[in-house]
Design a protein. Sequence first.
Length: 286
Amino acid sequence: MPQCEPALADADRDLAKPLRRPAGRVDDARVHPAVAALSLDEKGFVLGAALGAVSAEVASAQLGGAAGARCAAALGALAAGPKPARVAAIAELIALVRAPVPAGIERIDAGWLRERLLPQTAPTIRAVVAPLPEAVRAVAEEILNARVDEPDGPDLECDADGLADLQRAVFGGLVPMDGPLGPRGHARELVAMPTAALEETIARYGADATGAARRGAPGPVIAGAGDGPTSAEACFAAGLTVVERLLGAAPDGGEAAVLAVAQRLPPETGRRLLDAAGLEAPWVAS
């Protein structure tokens, strides 16, 4: 049984070392783009359907709407592919469902991580970030330093299963930023940028789209982006619309890509991107 209980002595965090992710990128060819572009919930549905031998037609009827169509397309792509590719894709989906933290969590903006960690007790924060990358531990250290004058509790002594359960509770809903089920194509390029460079890119998209729209250039990506004043804020808002439409229209984009890019941005800006896409952040702590 998973265990995670307070201990008066320092926790032996060697138990958590197996949870560290190996360095390097896994071959993206192992996951079909139709699967990679799905939301977390849709990936879970496809995994259950694939393991239960549910056909694409039945899956589409069960979910209905656009989600049903996307999941049916993913199941159809898996069924039509060679068996080794199907087995590898299912293995990646299982790993995603079991993962206590999303791949590439260090690329998520510190603001989103702070929102997840702030409601937690100091012992919980120390436990869940101990095996994670330095960027995540730095956010935790900032929070803990601000609580230096507050009462603290004993460290948590967790076995690997107990620590994984804690991490899922804290980081659940965050989408992968790397790996086979992370963003692809243009979304991958965007999330690989430093935050300042990403914001500059969005502003440049907005400026280009605004200028093109005013010149009467056609295209669904820039439609409506040139309305209103051309202030820096207006250009940035137009840029968010361009990014949302580019990612939404890309075959390797979709909801998962928009969510990943939103996670790379500070929360206020990321929520604006989600609003432009008509999405809500599934990872926001209640």
